[in-house]
Structure formats: structure tokens, C-alpha cells
Design a protein around this ligand. Structure first.
Ligand code: NAD
Ligand code: UDP
Length: 312
């Protein structure tokens, strides 16, 4: 039995990861400050004697003895990470320093939940890990993008300088149950709007693309990455290469919910990337043939069922 710390464990992805790690027979310590996460996401795990919940902010030092750390603490939706941009940078950068310092001291393995946002608004398509990205360092997304880029640099340098065993995964747009209904991300927004027959809000003309990954595929990829040999440090893209325009997503959600919603076009936010699609060659090679298994339509159906219970 391994002892595993999951920061941001009460959030959308963290809650799925905690559950899966517990089911595999590990002891899981979930650390969260509940900024965007919720106890409701992990309430069903609280009776399990091998699960512990700790309210803590990763910008402050923390000490615990564990074998592995998954560092997920950070708001991920543009609305939430732009709400207090300085805090977002502190969470990414000071959170990484605190967790890497902990990993160094207790000799734990540590995985960083990085993001496709490190590629910014890319002019290489699809994006391989070798692409350095096109990020506006002073734009409204920079608190998140540059925070995550700095965290990657910290991870790599703790590895080089202090031999910390690190793993970096770059996560592409992920969706599924436990997303917050007011999270502001596109999949949750569209499903909640469709279930309420409210207008579907498309920012811009809807021609921008994203590649949507169901959360179970991501969790599988993250755990496989953590279990690779020490020489595999990443970064490794984890995403579903199926690419859709935002307009196509809106139409699919309307169809699957049987909604009467109309489509409303709104202004495109600053620096909104025009295209996103992971090159997953490296993940497939390094993670034992890992590939996303869940098609958009099936993943959307599960997510719609989750929101139907929550919203209606
Ligand atoms: P989320 O907002 O649901 O989860 C983030 C969790 O971190 C929340 O529970 C929040 O309360 C917690 N948190 C935030 N600041 C904290 C702090 N200072 N101290 C302690 N806890 C804090 O988002 P998510 O989608 O589950 O994302 C999890 C991680 O994966 C994030 O690091 C995010 O950047 C990364 N990621 C997610 C996606 C995606 O599409 N969902 C894509 C790329 C990267
Ligand atoms: N988007 C949209 N309507 C919404 C929410 C988002 O058209 O109600 C668009 C957004 O402008 C972006 C895409 O959907 O082009 C994905 O947005 P999200 O915030 O989910 O993720 P990110 O931009 O970080 O990839």
C-alpha cells in the first residue's frame, strides 16, 4: 500500500484521481483549500479509513510523509484563474516550490498537472511536446499560462539540481462529472445551458477548436505516468486528439440533451487560442500504449446525466 498526497484533490480531476487511487488499494491524503473544489466531490470517500482530507493552501509550506505526490492544486477555468491572477501565480509557483521541497525532503516521487496552455495560441498543429509555445506573457491568461510554465521549469530544475524524481503531464481540455456547474468552462456551460433551455453562449464565431478528453482517460494516463521508470520525466501530452469546433460541440450538446436552446454569439475573450490538438505519440510510446478510449459522444452522455441530477 502506497501513501499518496493529491493536492487539489477536492476539485474536478482530483476527486476522480483520489477515488481511483483508493480503489487500487492505496492510502490517499487529499489536500485542498476549496477555492474551486468542493467537499461534495469527495464526500462519498470520507467513510473510507484509508482516505484523509486536509484543508490547506499550497502557497504555505506543508509537511507529511508520503511515497507519491500528485500536484493538481490550481484553479483551471479562465473565469476562476482570472478572478485573482496574483493568487493564481502564487498557487502555481509557490505551490510547486512547496511541494517540490517536500518531495526532496521525504524523497517522494512527484507529478505535476501541467497544461496545454503552455503552448498558448499555437502555430504548430497538432502540438508535440517539443513545441515551445506562443504565450502572451502580459495577457489575461498569462497568470495561468506563465505560472504553469514556471512550475515546469521548477520541476525540471529540482530534478537536475536535487535529483527529485519528477513527472510532468500536459493535460488538454478535460471534462466529465464533478465539474462545477458555474465553472465557466465550455463543456459545463453548454450542458447546463442546454438542460435549462437557455441560450448556448458561443464566444467568437465558434470556429476555434478544442480536443476534449473524458476524465477517466486522463486519470489512467496520469497513473501510468507516475508508474514509469525514474528516467521518464516528461513533459508528456495527455489528451484526446479528436478535434472539434466550439460550434460543433454546441450542436452535439443540443442534440444529446434534446434541448430547445438557441445559439447566442458573444465576444471572444482576449488571447483565446484558435486551435488545440495534442500529438500523443510520446504518451502512447512511454505509457504502455495508452490511448484515450472514450469518444466525445459517450463522455458527453455521462456528463449530461451528472448535470441533469445536479441542475434539474
Ligand atoms: P478544479 O478547479 O476543479 O480543481 C483545482 C483544485 O485545486 C480545486 O479543488 C481547488 O479548490 C484547489 N486549489 C486551488 N488553489 C489552491 C491552493 N492555493 N491550495 C490548495 N488547493 C487549491 O480544476 P481541475 O480541472 O480539476 O484541474 C486540476 C488540475 O489540472 C489543475 O492544476 C489544472 O491546471 C490542471 N489542468 C486541468 C485541465 C482541464 O481541462 N480540466 C486542463 C489542463 C490542466
Ligand atoms: N467558450 C464558449 N462559450 C462558453 C465557454 C467557453 O464559446 O460558454 C469557448 C472559449 O472561448 C474557448 C473554448 O470555448 O474558445 C474553450 O473554453 P474553456 O474555458 O473551456 O477552455 P480553454 O479556453 O482554457 O481551452
Amino acid at each position: 500500500m502506497k501513501k499518496i498526497l493529491v493536492t487539489g484533490g477536492a476539485g474536478f480531476i482530483g476527486s476522480h484521481l483520489c477515488e481511483r487511487l483508493l480503489n487500487e488499494g492505496n492510502e490517499v491524503i487529499c489536500l485542498d483549500n476549496y477555492f474551486t473544489g468542493s467537499k461534495n466531490n469527495i464526500i462519498h470517500l470520507l467513510d473510507n479509513p484509508y482516505f484523509e482530507l486536509i484543508r490547506h493552501d499550497v502557497t504555505m509550506p506543508f509537511f507529511i510523509e508520503v511515497d507519491e505526490i500528485y500536484n493538481l492544486a490550481c484553479p483551471a477555468s479562465p473565469i476562476h484563474y482570472q478572478y485573482n491572477p496574483i493568487k493564481t501565480i502564487k498557487t502555481s509557483v509557490m505551490g510547486a516550490i512547496n511541494m517540490l521541497g517536500l518531495a526532496k525532503r521525504i524523497k517522494a516521487k512527484i507529478l505535476q498537472a501541467s497544461t496545454s496552455e503552455v503552448y498558448g495560441d499555437p502555430d504548430v498543429h497538432p502540438q508535440p511536446e517539443t513545441y515551445w509555445g506562443k504565450v502572451n506573457p502580459i495577457g489575461s491568461r498569462s497568470c495561468y499560462d506563465e505560472g504553469k510554465r514556471c512550475a515546469e521549469s521548477l520541476f525540471v530544475n529540482y530534478h537536475k539540481q536535487n535529483n527529485v524524481r519528477i513527472k510532468i503531464v500536459r493535460i488538454f481540455n478535460t471534462y466529465g462529472p464533478n465539474m462545477h456547474p458555474n465553472d465557466g468552462r465550455v463543456v459545463s456551460n453548454f450542458i447546463v445551458q442546454a438542460l435549462q433551455d437557455k441560450p448556448i453562449t458561443i464566444y467568437g464565431d465558434g470556429s476555434q477548436t478544442r480536443s476534449f478528453q473524458y476524465v477517466d482517460d486522463l486519470v489512467e494516463g496520469m497513473i501510468r505516468m507516475m508508474n514509469t521508470s525514474d528516467d521518464v520525466i516528461g513533459p508528456v501530452n495527455i489528451g484526446n486528439p479528436g478535434e472539434f469546433t466550439i460550434l460543433e460541440l454546441a450542436q452535439k450538446v443540443i442534440e444529446l440533451t434534446g434541448s430547445k436552446s438557441t445559439i447566442e454569439f458573444r465576444e471572444l475573450p482576449e488571447d483565446d487560442p484558435m486551435q488545440r490538438k495534442p500529438d500523443i505519440t510520446k504518451a502512447t510510446e512511454l505509457l504502455g500504449g495508452w490511448q484515450p478510449k472514450i469518444q466525445l459522444e459517450d463522455g458527453l452522455k455521462n456528463t449530461i446525466e451528472y448535470f441533469r441530477k445536479l441542475v434539474l
